[in-house]
Every structure is written in C-alpha cells, then in structure tokens.
Write a protein of this length. Structure first.
Length: 320
C-alpha cells in the first residue's frame, strides 16, 4: 500500500537518496530543483546525497556543482515532497510503512532547517542590497556610453545596433569595485518588471576564457547584478508581442515584423519574462519564438518555451 503522506518530513537519508536515483540528472532544471528540495529538508548535510547523484553526469564538474548548491535557496515552494512526487512519476514507490527517523532526529533536522532558512534569508537580503548598488552603477554607466557605429558581432550577424550602446565592459569584484575593463564592447540594457534599467549584458569584440575549465565566450553579465526576471526590449507594435532568448534573435524578429520584442537572454528566464510581458500587455497575443535545441541531449529551448506558454497564455513558434 502506498502512503498518502505528502510531506515526507521523516524520511531517512538513504530513502531520499533512493528516490533521487529515479530522477533525471541530465535535465538541468531538475538538477537545480533537486538541490533546493534536498537543502530544504537536510540543509548543508544534504550536499553529499545531491552531489553523488549529480556526479553521474558526463559533464559533471565539482566546482559547478558546489556553486549551484551554494546559490540554491531552501525555499520557494520546492520541498522534499516535490522530490518524492517527481520520483514517483518515474516509478519510485514508497509504502505506508516506510522507515522513519526518530522523533529526536526529526527535531534536530527541523532545527537545522530553521538555521538554513535564516541564513538563506540573510543572504537574500544582502543580495538585494547588491542588486540596488549594481543597478545604480548600470544606469550611470549606460548614460556615459555612446551610440554604436560598428562592431564585429553586428557584422557577423548582419544586424543594426537596435537599442544597444557602445563602451567598455567592466569586470566587478564582489565588493562592487571594478577589477578590469575591455574596450569596444556592445552593451545590452536589462530592465526589471517595473521597467527600470538594473543591469547589462556585454558582448565583447572577441571571446575570452574566464577560468581554466570554462568555455570561451563573448557574452558577459554584471557580477552582483540582478539577472533572473530581467529582460531587454525592442519597442514596436503591440497587437502581437514576441518573446525570444537572445538579442540577435530578437533583432531579427523585430526587423521582420515591426512588433515589440521581449528578450529573456536565456531559456531559463523565459517563464519570468513571459509573466512580465503578460502583466504589461494582458490583452496582446504573445508568441514565444523558441530556440529549437533538437540536436542537444536536452531540448531546453522548447521545454522552457512550453513551460512559459502554459502558465502565461502564450503561443509558440520554432524552426524545424
């Protein structure tokens, strides 16, 4: 007989690890979500369980895993119950007489949970303060930048500099001081839900490698600035509004349609920006022009677009 308990607060660590083994570690969203679920239940003591499961991935890197774990918040609606539900969808079964931890251990676990949540709330408050500082820096920086005339990225994409500016890119330290700069950078403004400029994306003239195990890239985001729930915007007609991942796709769609385009910057941010676009324009038709990552192991472009459309009344289009 299966249990009707949906909280599962007395599960042993071995049972949590068993349930976790039923979940797909190749799916990045699930991977991050499971970190939050386990942290909400076990606190820092849950890292080994999550990390052992994570390490089965072909592209596993301990540094990346530690970074994701560190930034995962033990709140936001994801609990151990979420993990068990997901595992059950893949065949995990939990009988009503499953082994439970003792009342004493449960009390200790609850105390650890309270400590972890308090620590996370303090960290979030500090993060929000940092967002405010970087938003002010971004606005002052943007005002000093100049119009764009030419840039290697624009030449490669054969696109005009729509809502872009030209200047230096600044690499900031955690204390909000500038470490170094890169000249000849395209700057993409990023706005929050209230239409305030709060950050920027930088498109460098050439790709650089930030760390030994990182992939070279020419796209940068401001350290310490808000990213989730921010977007860039190309103004246009609003009877139909498009939502895309990257600036180049957005510019291409805007030129072809003359419609307003919201740019989420990556697939993981599509749902956030779809919600914002729907709030701004409740009566407009919103179409997500999704990236079709069909040749990758996980088609995150289509998956995230589908998720965003489901909860925000949007249509989807994508290349075949």
């Amino acid at each position: 007989m299966l249990t009707n308990d949906t909280t599962y607060t007395a599960l042993t660590e071995s049972k949590i690890a068993e349930a976790l083994s039923f979940i797909d570690y190749d799916d990045r969203d699930e991977w991050v979500s499971m970190a939050m679920c386990i942290k909400s239940e076990l606190g820092e003591a849950g890292f080994d369980i999550w990390n052992n499961w994570s390490s089965q991935h072909n592209d596993y890197k301990i540094g990346v895993a530690k970074s994701v774990w560190r930034t995962s918040k033990p709140f936001g609606g994801r609990t151990i119950g979420t993990l068990i539900f997901q595992a059950m969808q893949s065949g995990f079964k939990l009988s009503s007489d499953y082994q439970r931890i003792s009342k004493e251990e449960l009390k200790k676990r609850e105390q650890r949970q309270a400590e972890v949540i308090k620590k996370a709330e303090d960290e979030q408050a500090k993060l929000e303060q940092g967002y405010s500082v970087m938003a002010n820096i971004s606005r002052q920086w943007w005002d000093k930048c100049t119009e764009v005339h030419t840039h290697p990225y624009l030449s490669k994409k054969s696109l005009p500099p729509l809502n872009l500016r030209f200047g230096e890119w600044r690499f900031y330290l955690s204390n909000h001081t500038c470490k170094k700069t890169v000249a000849n950078t395209l700057l993409v403004p990023l706005y929050d839900e209230n239409k305030n400029l709060v950050s920027m994306q930088g498109i460098l003239p050439t790709k650089i490698q930030l760390t030994e195990d990182s992939t070279p890239t020419d796209k940068m985001y401001l350290r310490g600035a808000k990213k989730s729930g921010t977007y860039s915007l190309l103004n246009g007609e609003t009877d139909i509004i498009y939502l895309v991942e990257g600036w180049a796709t957005g510019a291409t769609v805007h030129i072809a349609t003359s419609k307003m385009v919201y740019i989420a910057m990556d697939s993981g941010n599509l749902s956030n920006v779809a919600r914002i676009a729907r709030k701004h324009f409740p009566l407009s038709r919103i179409i997500i022009a999704a990236d079709n990552d069909q040749f990758k192991k996980t088609n995150s472009g289509i998956k995230q677009a589908t998720k965003a459309s489901t909860f925000n009344d949007c249509d989807i289009m994508y290349p075949l």
